[in-house]
Ligand binder design. Sequence first.
Ligand code: M5T
Ligand code: MG
Length: 384
Amino acid sequence: MRVVKAFARQGYEKEKFDKDNWKKYIKGKFLLLMHSLFWPLSDIVLTTQMLFGFVYAAYMAIHGEITVGDYMAYIGLLLWLIFPIRNLGRLIVQTSTGMVSYARLMEITKQTREDLTSGKVQPTEPARGEIEFKNVSFIYSDGKQEVIKDISFHIKPGQSIALLGSTGSGKTSLVNLLPRFHEYTSGEILLDGVDLKDYPRKYLREQIGIVQQEPFLFSRSIRENILYGVGRSVTQEEIEAAAKAAAVHDVILSFPDGYNTIVGEKGVTLSGGQKQRVTIARTILKNPKILILDDSTSSVDTETEAEIRKALDDLMEHRTTFIIAHRIQSVMKADHILVLDKGQIIQKGNHEELLTQFGGMYRKIYDIQTRIDEELEQEIARVN
Ligand code: M5T
Ligand code: MG
């Protein structure tokens, strides 16, 4: 509705709706006409036939060609046969409409359920967090092109890796392979030396905390949203500590209902940055061994970002972290930086190494971003 209003397309949408509605009206009217013709007409034909049969049979009975008993049997038979046969026609129509609904339901019922628990290994300990990609390629099941091409890298437990690259270069697709939201097409991904496909999905997802690019909150209280998927009992202090770390505690307290504020349709609508910070708090509370931050500070201002980054730095210690960001500042501290382009690694190294590669993409991005910062500072100095 907002998009329609913002582009002043009410008239267009209304017309489109009217057109579709008109089509439905015409079809409905036609159907009604057919019904109103069919039933009376078939009644007339049928009863004429029956009348003819009765009269002719009566004629035969009067002239002794058949007995009165035969006549009675004939009439009974006719009545018992004709009406069920007529109903059969109605049944065929009903069955065919039923089949349409049946096909739609079956489409859903036939989906194979994701197998969460079976796997060649059934680890009981938390993962260490060593991750190795070996020539991994990936095509979406409904796509044709490889969105990830021949990616290889290795991170030790507790290290961090940053992914940098233009939009659509496959960063989100790459990290989504880790919780097995999709199966990679070729190559191998190893967690602690074991192929991901050998782990039960449930185990993997318990080890991985992911702050997704598009934050999603349930239409429940903020507390329930932060608690989601924690899987252990948590005190109010812990919830508040997580919210503080995500720089959202003060915002929550500013609502009249505090942590009991309902989010979404039935309650307070949070801003993009507030939502993002609630999902960060949720992940902080989950305390996972592997952390994935997919552009998770994209909708907050620079000041808040710095605040969150401090909290995340603490959180990143002792866990394997994937950081996706567009600002050099967010990725420069990572142990490894991968620069992606169209699903391929075009540069690999840490901040210092990549800076010395003049003419490389990383250096270019760095130069542009520092130039923007400098210009901004000069501008501010000039105004003051
Ligand atoms: C990489 C395609 C998309 C793009 C490429 C999520 C998704 C993506 N794609 C699909 O075909 N199907 C899908 O369900 O894959 O997309 P990405 O990994 O989302 O890119 P990114 O995260 O690097 O981009 P951004 O904008 O988040 O920085 O060609 O069409
Ligand atoms: Mg993305």
